[in-house]
Design a binder for this molecule. Sequence first.
Ligand SMILES: [Zn+2]
Length: 445
Amino acid sequence: MSATGPGWAVAGRWDPHVHLLSGAAWCCSVDCSPAAVRSVGEIVARVREAAAHVAPGAWVRAVGYDEAALAEQRHPTRDDLDRAAPRHPVRLQHRTGHLSVLSSEALRRCGIGESTDEPPGAAIERDLASGRLTGVLVQMEDRLSACIPPLGEAELRAGFRRMADRCAAGGVTGVVDASHTNDTAALALIERLAEEAPWLAVRAMIGGAAAGALRPREVPPRMRAGWAKVMLRELGEDRVEPVVPRAEGLVEWCRELAARGWAVAVHAVSESAVRAAAAALEHAPRPGRLPHRIEHAAVCPPDVARRIAAAGIQVVSNPLFLWENGGRYLQTVPRPLQPWLYDVGGMLALGVKVRAGSDLPVAWPNVPASVYAAATRRSRHGSVVPGRGLDARRAWRIHPFRPRTRAWWDRPPRGPDGLPDPSARVLRVEVDGVVAWRAGEGVRA
Ligand SMILES: [Zn+2]
């Protein structure tokens, strides 16, 4: 107990992999996540309700749907969105952030039609019988973001405040932005938005494309994370390529960034991408104290984990995804791969330096659930993904603490099994012993 109120004190945590601009935008959009809707019909109703408050012709943004969590077990289509908001362009983003559904008016404004070619690695879904576009667009997010007008800064500020509230509620007091699109302008915007939550420490990586023309010391020290982020695009059949195409390929690009003084963080989800990332980073010199990183490493078999450990590469994985999606993984991921899925226990046992991140807004920071899922591989609905798990002490340790900050939880951080209750929430946050945030009141100076 403390003089400032009830609760149990737990060190505040860093979340080493988040996306702040999309997170703030998420908080300005219609929430279609599984927590908010259960069917396509409910999505239609929510979008219709939101469109009633938006001027005709202006964009309606909706986010977070997961077709596997919808009663109809399918993606919403342009026809659903047209029905919901016939007079607005609508973009509905999937919870993974790698896929969107556009209404007919939105498709028209983005210049996407029946004759549009699919860019490499992307897919424009069509009705098999008629060839008509369904509105579902896979891996075309960069193109869509380029033609859909961005939110204004005032809206983003309000969104940032709500996002920061959710970080605090989940036990996080510091974040590292890992967006491959970050350039100096994006960093300046993030720095301004961060004024809305002064208690939250904010650092940002630089996208690989922008990092090629920058050195780490040119990033404002307050924001400097030290990593350049390289995005890999999965082309299927075990082929991957960097999203910014480089004639010399991934290995040379990573080496070049390291030579400019950057530690390199490579986004790699599938087994082939993780192998490619490991091979590239093994050959990159280490520019300073920071390790190179592999982001997600969703499928990491033991032989790759050994190589990653030997090269001193850090992995930022997402045990929280097991909590959110464990049941779906059991159905969709081939059984032989399941034990290697977000296998923080297995990687740690082989000597890999592992950290856990939320990938906000793909999942929302939730330290208790992340610790719990890292230890047990259990989902919120009770499914258990095969694999080795972790003891409680190590499950905590992959969530690095931010010094001089404390989160006061509403229940003890250790239950009888030594693990936190995944539904524990934070009541208030202290920085240097001073209350800086309280649940329900939002941000303070
Ligand atoms: Zn990410």
